[in-house]
Ligand binder design. Structure first.
Ligand code: PLP
Length: 403
């Protein structure tokens, strides 16, 4: 007898770790070396966590044996509260902060607590696909609004507006953006907040890359522009503090909480059901937020992340038929392959063919809910030598590749 997955998963997909990865694992088992530009995990690329975070977790391990409060340790939430002041998010108290096993867990909880079957949520295309998956898992309908490559990948406000219906409950922003690297301006954020205000939508703002900013980019928290709109702001330690494996994140609720008592009750139920987030990792939060911000050394001139972003962007644009908007934040580039130069009908097949031929792993654009098969994502985490080798191989592969 076959055991089937539940109907709830019918429309749930998360292709960053999808079928092509299985092929890559098989090749590795056969002893091949694969250059992996597919996952935004800093540690394997030699980005180490600040030593004081590691020491703090080690020192606190003996006292971290029991469950914590289901929303999280007071000291960690207090540190997040202070962070809200830096980000100019008003009126946030200890009870408005929930810690989770990474932002991932909190995204799923936030959607499970909010959505009834058929409720719609506006999500960017391209997106970080967990958002779409979490909405679908919760019985909601993900509705994608386009981000405009010609406009530095900023959200197309007219498209967002056109897609609002009486069933729309919320909108999602990912800023700085994965996969495009866009960092939104105050004006665009104000326009989006205004839409949410007019249509009474909850705002979910994923700001996990808020400290990974290049050149003159400045990050503005959406919630700081929307004290009168219910906002959930997501952030964590995985990227800026390079401890993705610790699974440590938080969500902040701001705005008119008195109008969301029932929703907050729902969040509390779900937070209680999973008992609490991993306690040793909660200890890292206070030290991370209050300590030396070593991420700045990586993104300032001569910083490793900045140099790799620069080189990735230059090399991609040097490939005939490939163009790439300069990422202003985060850890990715999302180049376009000109369909006139190299038409691709199935971008998952393209990524698989690239893997088999060049031993190089990237992710197809459609895995980020981009509607056309003409983009792919690379991470900017490898060292410059590896990036040069990898992007060089993409260039030579594209010269002869035809689908
Ligand atoms: N949000 C975005 C935009 C991400 O890119 C990622 C991870 O890549 C996450 C959330 C998940 O983060 P966490 O490790 O905190 O679960």
């Amino acid at each position: 007898m076959q055991v089937s997955k539940s109907n709830k998963l019918a429309n749930v997909c998360y292709d960053i770790r999808g079928p092509v990865l299985k092929h890559a694992k098989r090749l590795e088992e056969e002893g091949q070396r694969i250059l992996k530009l597919n996952i935004g995990n800093p540690a394997p690329f030699g980005f180490e966590a600040p030593e004081e975070i590691l020491q703090d977790v080690i020192r606190n391990l003996p006292t971290a044996q029991g469950y914590s409060d289901s929303k999280g340790l007071f000291s960690a939430r207090k540190a997040v509260m202070q962070y809200c002041q830096q980000k100019q998010i008003e009126g946030v108290g200890i009870e408005d902060i929930y810690l989770g096993n990474g932002v991932s867990e909190l995204i799923v909880m936030a959607m499970q607590a909010l959505l009834n079957n058929g409720d719609e949520v506006l999500i960017p295309a391209p997106d970080y696909p967990l958002w779409t998956a979490a909405v679908a898992l919760s019985g909601g309908k993900p509705v994608h609004y386009l981000c405009d490559e010609q406009a530095g990948w900023f959200p197309d406000i007219a498209d967002m507006r056109a897609k609002i219906t009486p069933n729309t409950k919320a909108l999602v922003l990912i800023n700085p953006n994965n996969p495009t690297g866009a960092v939104y301006s105050r004006e665009v954020l104000q326009d989006i907040v205004e839409l949410a205000r007019q249509h009474k939508l909850v705002i979910f703002s994923d700001e996990i890359y808020d400290k990974i900013l290049y050149d003159e980019a400045q990050h503005i928290s959406t919630a700081s522009l929307a004290p009168d709109v219910l906002c959930l702001t997501f952030n964590g330690l995985s990227k800026s503090y390079r401890v993705a494996g610790f699974r440590s994140g938080w969500v902040i609720i701001s705005g008119p909480k008195h109008n969301a008592k029932s929703y907050i009750e729902g969040l509390d139920i779900l937070a209680n059901m999973r008992l609490c987030a991993n306690v040793p990792s909660q200890h890292a939060i206070q030290t991370a937020l209050g300590g030396y911000q070593s991420i700045n050394d990586l993104v300032l001139p001569n910083g490793r992340l900045l140099e790799q972003r620069n080189r990735t962007w230059e090399l991609l644009n040097d490939i005939p038929g490939v163009s790439c908007v300069k990422p202003m934040g985060a850890l990715y580039a999302f180049p376009k392959i000109d369909p006139k130069v190299c038409p691709i009908h199935n971008d998952e097949k393209f990524v698989l063919d690239l893997l088999l031929s060049e031993k190089l792993l990237v992710v197809q654009g459609t895995a980020f809910n981009w509607p056309w098969p003409d983009h792919f994502r690379v991470v900017t985490l490898p060292r410059v030598d590896d990036l040069e080798q990898a992007i060089g191989r993409i260039g030579s592969f594209l010269k002869t590749y035809r689908q």
